[in-house]
Design a protein around this ligand. Structure first.
Ligand code: MLT
Length: 411
């Protein structure tokens, strides 16, 4: 009989968001008249902007004609999309990148998992706690970890607690680590890494021969001027960091799928024998073998995000969500609930009222207020006692949800 990858059995039974979905379905099946407001998974609710739709349609029409038909595209992505992103999203930050350093993909969730393919399992990985569950679970899947302890910490992963006590800015690991995941603006805490802190991480990584996986999926939501949007704004980062970005939240592509990964050409790691190898070449090899690129219409739609017509429309949608974040943050803070994040990120991270556990608060919020959020403990043990609300909802519903919470727990 074929054997499974036993590492999968080390994982908790279900991925966080499907588990939430299951509980919500159970409740709505039993209470069909309840008007449930969903601020759980960070899924966008507004449609794609007109400029993106126009480009999408035009690209589909291209596929209908022999002269403009496209079959397989480059596995790395079309250079016209890569160059547009470099020009419009990186150049204004003072970051110059080569076309060959960027790889277009079907989303940063896939990339930040797939990147593990090119690293040995002997590497010691450091991740935040709480954290986007994909970082933890994919390391378990590839067999880098042992079993989880009773708290949920896996053997061989170095966890970096991020709580209100350390201002959600973890201390450098004391152990020798080889790979460090950083996410700013952070999912789930909605907080950001300042320029000085990011410089600290880059310096730390270079001194300790570590590589940073920098997840910048939420960079478009930064409102404060000096917060870095790319790790490459920091000197030396091209020698120690891989960056992931996404169109999902930036431009409403959660269902369309497009993201990108930057692997600078100067970024090196060693073979088992100690020879230095460029990670860019390895990632290129991996992508050309296992991936056939993102579809032509999707890449055309992504390019339109940065057009003169598209960007103001996209920015308006981002501002709409960030206004939701303000409504949640201000409303709950006024009600005496301690809130974090929501200024440079579409997530509000709150302390559960009355010292409730994260899942108890989830259940109460669902059954008594008909509001869905995400229990902090689902992102890691240090998330216990916290709760995440997403700002990606419809504004009317966000206002209603805040009112319901205020009525129930407001002081
Ligand atoms: C979240 O809610 O954390 C995100 O939607 C998950 C994701 O981007 O995969």
């Amino acid at each position: 009989m074929a054997r499974i990858n036993d590492n999968y059995l080390k994982l908790k039974a279900g991925y966080l968001f499907p588990e939430i979905g299951r509980r919500v379905r159970e409740f709505t099946d039993a209470n069909p008249s309840a008007k449930v407001i969903r601020l759980g998974i960070g899924d966008v609710t507004l449609p794609l902007v007109p400029a993106v739709i126009k480009a999408f349609h035009a690209a589909v029409d291209d596929l209908a004609k022999g002269e403009t038909f496209h079959g397989y595209g480059p596995e790395q992505g079309y250079s016209w999309l890569i160059d547009t992103i470099i020009d419009k999203a990186y150049k204004p930050l003072g970051v110059s990148l080569k076309t060959s350093e960027m790889f277009i993909s079907d989303g940063s969730k896939c990339d930040c998992s797939n990147i593990l393919d090119i690293f040995d399992n002997a590497n010691v990985v450091a991740i935040g706690d709480p954290v986007y569950p994909v970082y933890n679970d994919t390391n378990v899947m590839v067999g880098r970890t042992g079993e989880a302890d009773e708290k949920g910490y896996y053997e061989n992963i170095v966890y970096l607690p991020c709580t209100a006590e350390n201002d959600f800015s973890p201390a450098f690991p004391k152990e020798k680590v080889d790979i460090i995941y950083l996410c700013s603006p952070n999912n789930p805490t909605g907080t950001v890494t300042t320029r000085e802190q990011l410089k600290g991480w880059v310096d730390f990584a270079r001194k300790n021969d570590a590589i940073i996986f920098f997840d910048a999926a939420y960079e478009a939501f930064i409102t404060e001027s000096d917060i870095p949007r790319s790790i490459y704004e920091i000197d030396g980062a091209k020698e120690c960091a891989i960056e992931f970005r996404s169109f999902s939240k930036t431009a409403g592509f959660t269902g369309v799928r497009c993201g990108l990964t930057v692997v600078p050409e100067n970024l090196l790691a060693t073979t088992a024998k100690g020879e230095k190898v460029a990670l860019n070449k390895l990632w290129n090899r991996r992508q050309s073998t296992k991936f056939n690129g993102v579809s032509y219409p999707v890449q055309k739609a992504a390019q339109a995000v940065y057009s003169d017509e598209g960007w103001p429309q996209v920015k308006e949608v981002i501002d709409y969500y960030m206004d939701n974040a303000r409504i949640i943050r201000e409303g709950l803070t006024a009600a005496g609930i301690q809130c974090f994040g929501g200024v440079n990120a579409p997530y509000i991270w709150l302390k559960t009222p009355e010292g409730m556990s994260s899942w108890d608060f989830f259940d109460k919020l669902l059954t008594e207020c008909h509001v869905v959020g995400t229990p902090g403990s689902g992102f890691g043990p240090s998330g216990e006692g916290y709760f995440r609300l997403s700002a990606f909802g419809d504004k009317g519903n966000v206002v209603k949800a805040v009112d319901r919470i205020k009525q129930k727990w407001g002081k």
